[in-house]
Design a protein around this ligand. Structure first.
Ligand code: MRU
Length: 348
């Protein structure tokens, strides 16, 4: 990334600066969020997006929510923190990293309840900054563990954007590609454009081109034909929430890619940090799937492409059953084969 995807500016009275991803690739602009409402809106409309980046945004968002609190006692301060967390929790439901970050912030507050409120605020800011810094290291480790999967001279297909824009830096699925590229491997990436919001065409293609990686954008509906032509040796995607058995929620269309990969004998891998696992859910059935506005489908990017008033179904994510997943690349290593016991052993 030429500049950080998301960062905190200044001390406890500071603000969040992030790349407005709704404008890419035609315009590169950073915006500042000075209030929790602005942070909520940025998450909701996907100015900042991708599961790990949403987690970081939530952590910084809680600071925006409590920075002006005049509470003198812990209980009152804790209520303000809870209110901020509750607000951010309503922004997007699927990426568990958001809830993971909010819980972590609340836990740190409770652990330090004896601090004075000004010191506690500083402690919480340190924690939010740590969440952001840790994500950078986690993404590098995912890249290191996954790079061997990339076949030298081969083809890789990915869906949506799981790159530096979706994390603090470097990405998850794209980290695997960046690391292989840094090792000198040559390979070609097919980026599904990813209807309806085109994260693949707008963001993944942009990131890979910047890194000098050979990338070809295809419409989502072309993946089967490209696989049939023998151009894809590996699929790697990111994840928004992984259940205890390995069932994985990711951008809508991922499930179809997994089925296609199986049909064509192509290994399908997920790359995700430990913070994307939700071990409270035994299987993917319980993962809440966000439904977004009809206009994203009927009037994407300002041009109407379906009749006014037509019924629309617009789930933002789907769940790929674990049986389609050859392995999950985490910062601790690759979980393969995928199943409850292997996941628990890796995350322990
Ligand atoms: O709706 P988005 O753009 O936030 O969806 C993002 C994805 O589905 C990513 O693949 C996922 O969050 C992993 S990001 C490392």
């Amino acid at each position: 990334m030429p500049l950080p995807t998301i960062e905190w500016l200044g001390g406890i009275e500071g603000c969040v600066r992030l790349i407005d991803q709704t404008l890419l690739p035609t315009e590169f602009r950073q915006i500042e969020c000075h209030s929790i409402e602005a942070m909520w809106e940025a998450i909701k409309v996907l100015r900042v997006r991708g599961a790990p980046a949403i987690g970081i945004a939530a952590a910084f968002g809680t600071i925006l929510g409590i920075q002006s609190s005049r509470a003198a006692k812990y209980d009152e301060f804790r209520r303000a923190l809870e209110k901020a967390a509750d607000c951010l929790a309503t922004s997007r439901p699927t990426a568990v990293n958001l809830f993971w970050a909010l819980e972590r912030m609340k836990r740190v507050a409770d652990e330090n309840r004896l601090m004075t409120i000004p010191l506690l605020k500083e402690r919480l800011l340190d924690e939010a900054l740590a969440i952001c810094e840790e994500d950078k290291a986690v993404c590098r480790a995912i890249g290191r563990h996954g790079a061997d999967l990339i076949p030298d001279g081969g083809g890789v297909l990915t869906h949506c954007n799981a790159g530096g824009l979706a994390t603090a830096d470097y990405g998850t699925a794209l980290a695997v590609m960046f690391a292989a590229h840094e090792q000198g491997k040559r390979f070609r990436v097919f980026a599904d454009e990813t209807r309806p919001l085109l994260q693949g065409a707008r963001l993944t293609a942009w990131e890979l081109m910047q890194a000098g990686i050979d990338v070809t954008v295809i419409c989502d509906s072309m993946a089967a034909a490209v696989m049939r032509q023998g151009k894809v040796d590996l699929v790697v995607v990111g994840a928004d929430r992984i259940a205890a058995n390995g069932d994985t929620a990711n951008k809508i269309g991922t499930y179809a890619v997994a089925i296609l990969a199986k049909e064509h004998g192509i290994p399908f891998y997920v790359a995700a940090p430990a913070s994307t696992f939700d071990l409270s859910l035994p299987e993917g059935e319980g993962i809440p799937i966000e439904e977004r506005k009809a206009e994203e489908v009927t009037c994407g990017f300002g041009r109407r492409t379906a009749p006014e008033g037509v019924k629309v179904f617009n789930p933002a994510f789907d769940v790929t059953p674990a049986r389609y997943i050859a392995g999950i690349v985490t910062e601790r290593g690759i979980i393969s084969p995928v199943g409850d016991a292997a996941i628990r052993a890796m995350l322990r």
